[in-house]
Design a protein around this ligand. Sequence first.
Ligand code: B12
Ligand code: SF4
Ligand code: SF4
Length: 360
Amino acid sequence: MGMSEQTGSPERVDERDTMFARMERRAGTFAYDDYYARRPAARSGDDRLRRMTPLLGPGGQHYDPRVAGEAAEYFRAIGDIEVDGGLVERWKAWVRPSRNPTETIKALVRSLGAVAVGCAELDQAFIYTRKGRFDADYGRQVDLRHPSAIVFLVEMDFAAMQHAPCAPVIRESARQYYRAAEIGKVLEAVLCACGYAARAHYDAHYDVILPPLAVKAGLGELGRNNILVADRFGSRVRIGAVTTDCPVDHDAPVSLGIDRFCEVCRKCADNCPSHALSDGARVPVRGVGKWPTVPERCHGYWRQVGTDCGICMAACPFSHPDTVLHRLVRRTVRVAPWLSRPLVRLDDLFYGRRWKVTGR
Ligand code: B12
Ligand code: SF4
Ligand code: SF4
């Protein structure tokens, strides 16, 4: 079954069921009692995970107080991002007069530091049914009727990701979450100033599932690692999006040969320290054939090491630097996906099959 092949009408996801939302539940609150009354089987496992060392807290195997402090500061600062009014006015003057501002919007997003940007129809299947991340709006129905999503990627630094799963990766995640939030908030402000409805989706403030929107916007394919594998940067990207009623042209999904390559490669699954990724065949998940993640295993490993791991992003052959040689290999995968097997062998030869942990 091909990656985008539908086997039925996709059900929507309730944000309350996602790992980060579950980890927010605290015994004694309405949200905790309500959630585990609905999902009694998840309670003891989630309680066990909650008792483990918190992320960025002392006690994790790769805890480094200085790096953890910096990462925490980036995450905190996301809430304080203020959009520069002058910048909004300047871009408004470009975007507003245009009847189809797609190219101007893309130029804005790139100028703010995104490495790629695309537009997609906002499929209701990728919108959460209910909010779950914060007790304050726990269970609130998500009503998002914007017809389009502007989706963009920010690059995760190659050198920092070589340290996966050690402390530098979580600082890099935090930095790029900050950057993606900043870009999203500026774009949201510019579109609103032009009279459109717009909402930025960024760290912990999501109404949408981002990887499928990025696939729809032509930014890459879903890999065996169950996240986006993008052109030029592989999985070494974070995704941001702004949904809007601004009339933008929708991009078409792309085929980079990754779908086929993943069938033989399996490097992410083989190197995942918690065995959260599948090395088997695709299975249908909400009507889509894909390799699923076991989120409890992944998150359990994070709590053990104190970072957000990232090996499945860093070890992916598509995440190598965007050099002439790697561009040539990517092109070969795209035009001749049947050469995947020898190309995987070559990657193993040059980079090794096993991920080497560098750092603490
Ligand atoms: C919850 C969450 C997690 C949870 C649970 C993930 C899960 N699969 O259940 C945990 C803690 C395990 C996790 C781990 C990681 N995450 Co995470 N996570 C999220 C979050 C906040 C919500 C995703 C969600 O709702 N998942 C629950 C359901 C939907 O999961 P699912 O059925 O397995 O579906 C997944 C994919 O199949 C795909 N998808 C869903 N429906 C469809 C439909 C189609 C047609 C297609 C093609 C794809 C697709 O999207 C889902 C991504 O989790 C997103 C941000 C966002 N709003 O999207 C980031 C996000 C997916 N995570 C991200 C990353 C990078 C990671 C990690 C590498 C950690 C790190 N160092 O950064 C690991 C990788 C784990 C893995 N290999 O699967 C990035 C992915 C970037 C990319 N290149 O695609 C995101 C988009 C955050 C961001 N803003 O960039 N994550
Ligand atoms: S982040 Fe680490 S533990 Fe989680 S799926 Fe990726 S490799 Fe496995
Ligand atoms: S590591 Fe290999 S199998 Fe995993 S996503 Fe990347 S190309 Fe696919």
